[in-house]
Design a protein around this ligand. Structure first.
Ligand SMILES: *[C@@H]1O[C@H](CO)[C@@H](O)[C@H](O)[C@H]1NC(C)=O
Ligand SMILES: *[C@@H]1O[C@H](CO)[C@@H](O)[C@H](O)[C@H]1NC(C)=O
Ligand SMILES: *[C@@H]1O[C@H](CO)[C@@H](O)[C@H](O)[C@H]1NC(C)=O
Ligand SMILES: *[C@@H]1O[C@H](CO)[C@@H](O)[C@H](O)[C@H]1NC(C)=O
Ligand SMILES: *[C@@H]1O[C@H](CO)[C@@H](O)[C@H](O)[C@H]1NC(C)=O
Ligand SMILES: *[C@@H]1O[C@H](CO)[C@@H](O)[C@H](O)[C@H]1NC(C)=O
Ligand SMILES: *[C@@H]1O[C@H](CO)[C@@H](O)[C@H](O)[C@H]1NC(C)=O
Ligand SMILES: *[C@@H]1O[C@H](CO)[C@@H](O)[C@H](O)[C@H]1NC(C)=O
Length: 909
């Protein structure tokens, strides 16, 4: 619905007709003669203008009364009317821009002594100040300067226009060279002759706290538009409200009024339209609205703060056609209001929007009484229960939106009567029950159907397999609702679809290739995820409008579809597609941004033409059978931020050209057969957050430049052949939460600076952001389990466990097993109060197990086996599996069979 608060068409046509009648009234049918001084004035005026589209080309020759936009009095021949409004009203269109008059407004206009109508609206005066001299054209009754990119102070000289009835200064500017802003810091000059005033977008914040008083002087006013005027301080009482007895239209929207709805409004008994949206109004909706018997339109939407119930008195207003209360904090139930409407014999309501509030309870049967309602939006509330069967009486309904509620009942068959219904949105509820042919019996006009429920609800289509519905949908969105196992006839005949989402609908069939080819030309979203759809895709189709293709988690097989498309997102993951990717994928899908092909059976090389897909952001190819080397042709691209090619059979080196990707954040190359060194160029990718290169054949040292990766959250280099020492620089990676160097040949000590891993020491909380970055690339949260972990197992590390490690108080997993570490387990180990897993097995640790280990209540897994520990196992340690301690010859006590000497003594006593 277009709520651009332009003055009503009524008034402008009214005055035009008035002027036309005036000119014919004079009785003379002869063409008026142009007065030569006025002709000269018009020519001078024209000369000052810039007229790119030549729409003033008729302004030549003697008879100025026949020039475009000029009207003369039929009797006297005086120019009475100049209408130079932009012929195009499609703002921002090329046509509009060409149509804009520019330049200056010449004072010669003041020589038109009988001018009563001047419309210069929708032009582009490029920040010109409204000329003072317009106030000298005292004959004006109509002045329209709206949307013409004037700026500065509105001249008080306009106050001399004592005959002025219509003043339109609406200041929204569509100029490319703006922004331009009009302001009025004084309003005392406003002529009291005004019946129509529009100062939308004029900055009135300088007009002081008494701005409203200045308007109440205008006792003839019928329309007042003060949209987006930076007004504050709406007075709660107003002695002069009686002066506005004639006011029919009041628009104060988009001001920061931040007050309750004032009671003086209810004295304005002529009001037909009241717009108070985006005003930060607070409090409840007063029942005083019952005084406004002529009210047709009430817009209180987007105040975000109106509370209380929808007052039943609104249901009693005889003329009310349009009611928008959306985006507030309204609560309670809607019964009182709807019951009142059901008794309202005028039944005028056409539009009702109470979406995005907190209204609860069920929908009453009285809803069905709104027989003239065309738009009903109850979305994003907390409604429960079923749709009342009286819905079938609302035969005018074109749009029904109940989405994002908690409706947990059935959908009545009477819905199928709504022959005018175009848009049915039942998304995001917890519907149950069955849907029959009768639910859709007369939905001839339906173009858009959204129906989703919770995965654990039972909502089932039970329609005959040959059913052909009366509608041709353009949009369908059905989720968690059983349609299958067959791909039904009623879907096969939907050939006008442009947006398709059928997610988790139990379809376990093949889809006829003709269905794809039928919708290919118009479809923008094609989402068939989480079904069990079988078969192969038709090769070689063109999808010119496709944006997103999601066939993930099905049983598709066969080759990658050679579809030409400008789609930006392709999700084929979790299927059984096989064969190679097309080498010219950059030609077929040049706009690809997110390519998710993981968990299939693709083979062959990863095409190097992917380097030419300039918008590529995500390359997610995990768990296929890609072979050969990873392309080494990356050039500077600010887009690519996620690469997951793990679990394939890639060989060769990690390409050095990855260093050309400044936005690279997630790099997962693990579980392949990559060899060689980790390229130094990766230090260029300073945005790297998650690196997993594990399970390859990489050699060389653990890179010392890692400290340059200040965003690094996860570093996993496990199961390679890296050697050298752990570089001290690793300690200064401030955001590291996951470190895994296990299964390499790293030697030397665990550096004492390890306490500098501040993310693990202080438990910085931003790791969810990093986790989400991985999730976007992998659609999996597998790394979540190892946040705050250090795994250095299976290396040649020596020396003692540094005391400094005890500073890492958020550490959850510590694995130092299978090294050559000696010395004692630090006595202060209980400082690691969040430790869940501690594995120190297969080292040469000696001394006693510290008693304090028992103080770590979170500890679930412990392995101290195969060391040289000695003495009594602390009795408070709750691990009663001997394998935790086995292989330490000098340990004694439970759960080991070996008794400690003291125990022996005690028994002997
Ligand atoms: C002023 O002109 C604009 C179009 O440029 C129009 O939308 C508006 O209704 C006019 N104002 C009046 C009062 O006629
Ligand atoms: C109006 O036009 C005349 C003649 O072209 C010119 O001399 C004068 O400066 C113009 N005045 C304005 C205000 O543009
Ligand atoms: C409106 O005018 C006031 C002063 O009168 C000024 O402080 C404010 O910035 C102006 N608003 C805008 C959007 O320019
Ligand atoms: C269904 O699942 C939702 C979460 O998806 C849960 O909130 C709800 O309690 C479940 N309902 C039933 C009946 O199991
Ligand atoms: C992609 O868009 C370009 C222009 O934006 C167009 O020429 C081309 O035909 C489109 N490709 C497809 C496959 O639709
Ligand atoms: C996947 O496809 C291959 C052949 O392309 C086939 O051998 C295999 O059985 C399929 N796997 C499944 C689970 O359907
Ligand atoms: C890495 O950055 C250095 C300079 O910062 C630059 O010379 C080099 O070319 C970059 N490497 C790549 C692969 O882009
Ligand atoms: C560790 O942090 C301390 C104190 O912030 C600092 O002096 C030291 O240089 C850091 N060590 C390393 C290796 O970053």
């Amino acid at each position: 619905m277009d709520l651009k608060l332009k003055p009503s068409f009524f008034f402008s046509s009214f005055i035009l007709i008035f002027l036309l009648i005036n000119s014919f009234d004079s009785g003379s049918a002869s063409t008026p003669k142009c007065i030569s001084t006025e002709r000269q004035a018009l020519l001078t005026f024209k000369q000052s203008l810039t007229d790119l589209s030549g729409r003033l080309s008729s302004w030549s020759g003697q008879d100025c009364c026949s020039w475009t936009g000029v009207l003369c009095d039929a009797r006297t021949g005086h120019v009475v009317n100049i209408d130079l409004r932009n012929p195009s009203q499609a703002v921002n269109s090329d046509e509009y821009k060409r149509g804009c008059l520019r330049g200056k407004i010449n004072q010669s206009l003041t020589r038109l002594k009988f001018l009563s109508y001047l419309d210069l609206s929708s032009n582009d005066f490029n920040g010109l100040v409204i000329p003072e001299f317009i106030g000298h054209i005292v004959t004006l009754r109509y002045l329209n300067l709206s949307s013409s990119s004037f700026s500065g102070e509105v001249p008080a000289s306009l106050g001399s226009l004592s005959k002025l009835e219509f003043l339109d200064l609406y200041a929204e500017s569509f100029s490319d060279s703006g922004p331009f802003a009009l302001r009025a810091s004084d309003l005392k000059w406003l002529p009291s002759s005004l019946t129509y005033l529009n100062m939308g977008y004029v900055n009135l914040s300088g007009a002081g706290e008494t701005w409203l008083q200045d308007f109440t002087r205008l006792t003839k006013l019928k329309e007042l538009h003060l949209f987006n005027c930076e007004l504050k301080n709406l007075p709660l009482s107003l002695s002069s409200s009686a002066n506005l007895k004639l006011l029919e239209v009041l628009d104060l929207s988009e001001n920061s009024l931040s007050s309750p709805i004032p009671s003086w409004l209810f004295d304005l008994t002529s009001l037909r339209k009241l717009f108070l949206r985006w005003d930060f109004l607070q409090g409840s909706i007063p029942s005083g609205f019952k005084n406004l018997k002529l009210l047709e339109t009430l817009d209180l939407s987007n105040n975000l703060g109106l509370t209380g119930e929808v007052p039943p008195v609104l249901g009693e207003l005889p003329q009310l056609k349009y009611l928008d209360l959306s985006a507030n904090e309204l609560n309670g139930q809607i019964h009182g209001f709807l019951d009142a409407f059901s008794k309202n014999k005028y039944n005028s309501l056409v539009f009702l929007d109470v979406s995005s509030n907190k209204i609860a309870g069920t929908l009453p049967e009285s809803l069905g009484a709104l027989r003239n309602l065309q738009i009903l939006d109850l979305s994003s509330n907390s409604f429960t229960g079923s749709i009342p069967s009286s819905i079938g009486n609302m035969l005018s309904l074109k749009k029904l939106d109940l989405s994002f509620n908690a409706m947990n009942g059935n959908i009545p068959e009477t819905l199928g009567k709504l022959a005018e219904l175009v848009d049915l949105d039942l998304m995001a509820n917890t519907w149950q029950g069955v849907l029959l042919k009768s639910h859709f019996a007369n939905l001839r006009s339906l173009k858009s159907l959204r129906l989703t429920t919770e995965p654990n609800r039972s909502l089932v289509f039970k329609v005959p397999s040959t059913w052909v519905p009366p509608f041709k949908l353009e949009l369908i969105n059905i989720e968690n609702c059983r349609i299958g196992p067959k791909f039904p006839m009623w879907l096969q005949v939907q050939t006008e679809l442009n947006s398709v989402t059928l997610r988790n609908t139990g379809i376990a069939d093949t889809i006829p290739p003709t269905w794809f080819s039928n919708i290919a030309s118009d479809v923008t979203y094609l989402i068939l995820a989480n079904n069990r759809i079988k078969g192969t895709l038709p090769q070689s189709l063109a999808f010119p409008k496709l944006n997103t293709l999601d066939l993930s988690s099905n049983s598709f097989q066969g080759p990658f579809p050679l579809w030409t498309t400008n789609a930006t997102e392709l999700r084929l993951y979790e299927n059984n597609f096989s064969g190679p990717l097309p080498l010219n994928i950059n030609v077929l899908m040049p706009r690809m941004e997110k390519l998710y092909l993981f968990h299939n059976s693709f083979t062959g090389p990863i095409p190097s033409s992917l380097c030419e897909v300039s918008g590529l952001q995500i390359l997610s190819l995990r768990n296929n059978r890609f072979s050969g080397s990873f392309p080494n042709c990356w050039h500077r691209s600010f887009m690519l931020y996620g690469i997951d090619v793990s679990e394939n059979s890639l060989s060769g080196e990690i390409p050095a050209s990855l260093g050309a990707l400044p936005s690279l954040s997630v790099l997962l190359l693990n579980q392949n057969a990559l060899q060689g060194r980790i390229p130094d160029t990766l230090q260029n990718c300073s945005g790297l957050t998650n690196i997993d290169l594990g399970g390859n054949k990489l050699s060389g040292k653990v890179p010392s430049w890692l400290s340059k990766l200040s965003s690094l959250f996860m570093l996993r280099l496990q199961s390679n052949s890296l050697d050298g020492q752990i570089p001290d620089t690793l300690c200064s990676v401030p955001n590291l939460h996951i470190l895994d160097l296990s299964g390499n040949k790293v030697s030397g000590p665990v550096p004492k600076c390890i306490s500098n891993l501040t993310a693990i020491a202080r438990g910085t909380t931003n790791f969810e952001v990093f986790q989400n970055l991985v999730f976007i690339v992998t659609r999996s949260r597998k790394y979540q389990e190892i946040v705050n972990s250090i795994n250095l197992s299976g290396n040649n590390l020596s020396g003692e466990i540094p005391e400094e490690i005890l500073d890492l108080s958020y550490l959850r997993i510590l694995n130092l097993s299978r090294n050559s570490m000696a010395g004692r387990i630090p006595g202060g180990i209980s400082k690691l109060g969040r430790l869940e897993t501690l594995d120190l097995s297969r080292n040469m640790l000696s001394g006693a197990i510290p008693e304090s280990l028992a103080g770590i209540s979170s500890l679930q897994k412990l392995n101290l086996s195969y060391n040289k520990l000695e003495g009594r196992i602390p009795q408070l340690l709750k691990f009663d599996d001997a394998s935790v301690y086995i292989g330490n010859e000098l340990l004694c006590g439970k759960p080991l069979p070996k008794k400690c000497p003291k125990d022996v003594n005690r028994r002997m006593l």
